[in-house]
Every structure is written in C-alpha cells, then in structure tokens.
Design a protein around this ligand. Structure first.
Ligand SMILES: [Zn+2]
Length: 359
C-alpha cells in the first residue's frame, strides 16, 4: 500500500503538523515504510461539501448513462467538492457511489411532488394522503434524506402557493424521522414556510421567503438553510418567462430575488446553520460550489465562517468526520488560507480523495 505524507496547517485546528495517508485513511501516527511527500507546507482542510446538487439532471435534460453521471460528479470533485448531498434525482445515480474516483454522495431518492405542482417528469407525484407513504418509500431508497417540493406556482391562483396541507407535512416528517431520515424541502415563497417549520423539517432549500418573524422558530428547531444563491439569480429569468400569463407570480419571483441577500444575512444573524449548495443539475451546470461560496461572501456572510460551513461543519452535519485520526482522507491543500480570501479556492495545490491525489 503506497503511503503519502503531507505537512501543513490543518483546519479548523490551525495546527501545523505531519499527517499520513494510509490507504483511504488519514493518520497522525507515522507508519512504517517509505512515504512520498505530497506537500511540505500550506493550508489543509477537509474537502468541500456541495450540500444541494442533482446528479443526473442537467440543463439539457436527464442524464442516465454511467459516464454522463460520472462526468457531472467529476466536475464537482475538480472544484473541490468531495462530498455531495444529492437533493433529489429522477435517475439511478448509485453508480457514482461505486466509483472510487468520484466524490462521496449522500442521496435523497426522488423528489416527492404533487401533480401539476412541480417540474414535469421530475418527481414522484402523489396526493397529500399518500405523502407519508411515499416519504417512507424514498427514505428506503436514499441515504438518510428525502426531498419534498413544498411550494410552486398554483396556476389557479397565479402565484406561488403551498403544495401540502399542514397535516400531511406533519405525518410525512414524523414518518421520515421514525425511519431515521431527514427531510429537505424546496420552498421559494413565504406562505408555505410556517407549516414546514411547525412540522419540523430538517432543511429549507432556497428559503427566499424566510422573513424575520419566522427566524426564531427556525433557529429553535435547529432547521438548516441551504440558500443556493447562484440559482436564485435565475429568478428574474423565470419571472420574465411567466410575465405574460402570471404577472403576480413574476413580480413575486423578482421580489424574492431582490430581497434574497438581505434575507440570507438575517438568517445568518439569527444563528441558523447555513450550508453551501450550488443546485447544480437544474438550470446550472456542475462544478460551481466555489461560485456559491463567493456569492454567500458577497452577500455579507463572513468568509471564514462560510468556509467552515462549506467544509468541516457541513461534513459534521452529514455525519462525516473532519481531519481526525482514522478519518476518510478527503482533503484539499492550498498555498494560502482560504478563510482570508475565498478566491484561494480556485487554486488548490492538491485535491486528495480517498487517500489518492486526484488533482
Ligand atoms: Zn435543487
């Protein structure tokens, strides 16, 4: 078994030390045998986490072949994302989990949606009285997460509107939690949020409708927010498409975009955990985790804490260790500290996945 050695300042501990990569594991105990040194200095942090992406979706449609799925995951990996949370995919993307060259993948099964209330052919479509059973089904298929589309345009109203009654959400969340799964919800507008928060969902995806009066309850329940700002920047284009038929909806989408930065700052200031998700696969290509980090920092979130949320804190949230003895050797090495300047993330000196240098 080849042994790799590195020396650098390990984050978040900020201690300069030697570490060895033995097989796919990290150790601080010098192993016997020759080791090849891959770096002598620099800043070392656990691989980035793209906490919201879709392997199997692309701007041009569904990708179903193994090589196409691998190509998407490889783009994410080469941007430094070594752990992905798939927030729902209509295709079987488990081939990615069997390929050691590709990032680790935590899957949420298929999106659960209601007929006519989500993107066509994307989710499993059920009515409210079937929601809890479908959650149980997708919980079995995923890796500890399920994904529910919880608001969408209601064409009879001409605006965003909640998709599910509160009782259905309460049943569904309770069923997921009984099965040990967590619930992520797609939500753009304001109106669906109070019932989602009361039902105790685990993560709010996009969350552009989060107003100040909701934040105490979100924080108290430990609900995370994954804002996907780079996807929210597509709202004006969505509004323009809907303008002629649904002017109220279009105005609402534009307003959500315009307030998105001040609202995410308020979410952050309320102490709610925010994670970094690119939403790759829908209207955006894969490999953009660094763009989302830059957008969060540009929105006014502190760079050092965004890096923590994008790396070791997101890993902890997903049940994965950081740079500790015996951990998975999934790490990035940079010449400078990315917490000082997130632009540094563009220039990794090493990307190490499962103990092997991949870039
Ligand atoms: Zn998404």
């Amino acid at each position: 078994m080849p042994i790799l050695h590195l020396r650098g300042v390990l984050l978040p501990d900020e201690v300069e030390r030697d570490a060895w990569l033995l097989g796919d594991r990290l150790t601080f105990v010098r192993p016997s045998g020759e080791a090849e040194t891959i770096c002598q200095s620099g800043f070392v942090l656990p691989g980035l986490v793209d906490a919201h992406c879709h392997i199997g979706l692309s701007p041009s449609g569904h990708v179903t072949d193994v090589e196409g799925l691998a190509e998407q995951a490889r783009r994410d990996r080469d941007a430094g994302a070594l752990l992905l949370r798939d927030a729902g995919s209509p295709v079987d993307n488990t081939s990615v989990q069997r390929d050691p060259d590709l990032p680790r993948l935590v899957r949420a099964g298929r999106h659960i949606a209601r007929p006519h209330r989500y993107i066509r052919h994307l989710g499993v479509e059920v009515e409210p009285d079937q929601l809890a059973d479908e959650v149980a089904c997708q919980a079995m298929r995923g890796d500890g997460w399920v994904k529910i589309a919880a608001d969408w345009i209601d064409r009879t109203v001409g605006d965003l509107a909640p998709v599910w009654p509160r009782w259905a959400l309460e049943q569904a969340v309770a069923r997921a939690h009984e099965l040990g799964a967590r619930v992520a919800v797609h939500v753009f507008g304001e109106d669906a949020l109070p019932d989602l928060i009361a039902a105790g969902v685990d993560s709010i995806e996009h969350g552009t409708g989060l107003t100040d009066d909701m934040l105490d309850a979100v924080a108290a329940r430990g609900i995370a927010v994954v804002p996907t700002l780079i996807n929210i920047d597509t709202f004006p284009a969505i509004a323009a498409q809907g303008e002629a038929k649904f002017p109220t909806y279009a105005a609402h989408m534009r307003a959500l975009h315009e307030t998105s930065r001040e609202r995410i700052r308020a979410v952050w200031e309320a102490g709610i955990p925010v994670y970094v998700g690119s939403d790759a696969g829908g209207s955006l290509p894969h490999g953009l985790v660094r763009n989302e980090i830059a957008s969060l920092v540009a929105a006014g979130l502190p760079a050092a804490e965004v890096i923590a949320r994008a790396s070791w804190l997101a890993r902890e949230w997903l049940g994965r260790p950081g740079l500790v003895e015996g951990a998975e050797a999934d790490l990035l090495v940079f010449d400078a500290d990315p917490r000082e300047d997130v632009g540094v993330l563009r220039y990794p000196r090493r990307i190490v996945l499962r103990g092997r240098v991949v870039a």
